[in-house]
Design a protein around this ligand. Structure first.
Ligand SMILES: C[S@@+](CC[C@H](N)C(=O)[O-])C[C@H]1O[C@@H](n2cnc3c(N)ncnc32)[C@H](O)[C@@H]1O
Length: 358
């Protein structure tokens, strides 16, 4: 991250340079005045820092609000790939950080109201293979990772402690009926087996992963049912084997909209009452890999709010527990992987339950 004190030199007297400088000082009145005098808001310094990055570094919430109101997007990145949230955090400005999170949530909800977004708060699809592409290309297991044809990490061993925790959340005692979407390296499924579920249904869409499951004897395990295909195409089979005490979702090459569609599919009751929720009522527990926006803390925090709001609208309450996930930040973890998909010190593990009617 660039040193934010490296602001425009005093000798630069353009209105824009003064604007960035006023943002850096958190001088909200001067920022307002300069904008009223016609200063252009869409300027950056030579490291790509916007007025929002400078305002965030100042910690002044009023300045942040003005800059956002003038049109700088809450999710702007500088050339070092840092968000304004990173600058707020490194200055210890928690109020400023929270203001940025709330701005992200508001922007997302407004865009959605007008049907103007793709369901992803950070435009995360640009580097990711779409699900169809991913499913038609080979994947390779290499000890501590599973990678696709483009060397994107589909699943990696550093996630094992998180998967162990997810397994315990959805299968707290023996004999439970559990559903897992996405086998990957089988880490959560192995953890679930160790917790002695009564019934263990696994949905997996990739042919190579399915073959790997068979090679490892998963199709011979007495309490395991494998549904080979995309979860979208297996909903009838999923329902026929349900309902489930615990459900976990962790796919690849899918976006927030797919997760949201999954939620709508598994928590809904049809109007005629014939289709019942896949998660048992009232005590079923659902969880999902919360990796959305995982390369930027600000994006992930916004996703947490958005998904909680969306789940609440489906009658589901979400609690997040914070788990250290800093091992993933070690550069060696990502050796040979095209793009690190997790760069955050703390993972917010979701535990989702039916809203209880008082
Ligand atoms: C991140 S891995 C899952 C890792 C797993 N949680 C573990 O503990 O090893 C994602 C898996 O979802 C599978 N997948 C991707 N899209 C899917 C879909 N639409 N339906 C079912 N499985 C899918 C992928 O082939 C991959 O095996």
């Amino acid at each position: 991250m660039s040193d934010i004190s490296d602001q425009p030199a005093a000798s630069e007297i353009s209105k824009e340079a003064q604007l960035l400088s006023a943002c850096h000082e958190g001088n909200s009145q001067l920022v307002k005045d300069l904008l009223a005098q016609g200063a252009e808001i869409f300027v950056t310094d030579d490291t790509g820092r916007t007025a929002l990055h400078f305002a965030a570094a100042s910690g002044d919430v009023e300045t942040i609000k003005i800059v956002l109101g003038a049109g700088i997007p809450w999710n702007a990145l500088d050339v070092g790939d840092y968000t304004a949230g990173d600058y707020a955090e490194s200055g210890g400005h928690s109020d400023a950080y929270e203001e940025l999170v709330q701005a992200g949530v508001r922007a997302e909800l407004i865009l959605r109201m007008f049907g103007a977004n793709d369901g992803n708060v950070d435009g995360e699809d640009k580097d990711k293979a779409a699900n169809d592409d991913y499913l038609t290309q080979p994947v390779v297991y290499s000890g501590d990772s599973l990678v696709d044809a483009e060397k994107q990490g589909v699943m990696m061993a550093w996630e094992a402690p998180l998967m162990e925790l997810h397994a315990k959340v959805i299968c707290a005692s023996p004999g439970k009926s559990v559903l897992n979407i996405g086998f990957g390296m089988g880490i959560i499924d192995t953890a679930l087996q160790n917790l002695s579920p009564g019934k263990h249904v696994i949905v997996e869409a990739h042919p190579d992963v399915y073959q790997h499951m068979k090679d490892e004897g998963w199709d011979k395990k007495p309490n395991v049912h494998i549904l080979f295909g995309r979860w979208q195409d297996k909903l009838d089979d999923i329902r026929a084997l349900g309902p489930y005490d615990g459900v976990f979702f962790d796919t690849f090459g899918e976006f927030y909209k797919d997760l949201d569609d999954f939620h709508k599919a598994i928590f809904a009751t049809s109007d005629d009452g014939l289709i019942k929720p896949v998660l048992s009522q009232p005590d079923g527990i659902y969880s999902f890999f919360n990796g959305m926006g995982g390369d930027h803390k600000l994006f992930n925090d916004v996703y947490c709010h958005v998904v909680r709001t969306d789940l609440r609208n489906l009658g589901i309450e979400t609690a997040f527990s914070s788990v250290a996930s800093d091992t993933a930040m070690d550069e060696s973890t990502w050796k040979g992987i095209k793009r690190p998909y997790w760069m955050i010190k703390n993972y917010h593990l979701p535990t989702c339950t039916w809203v209880q009617n008082e």
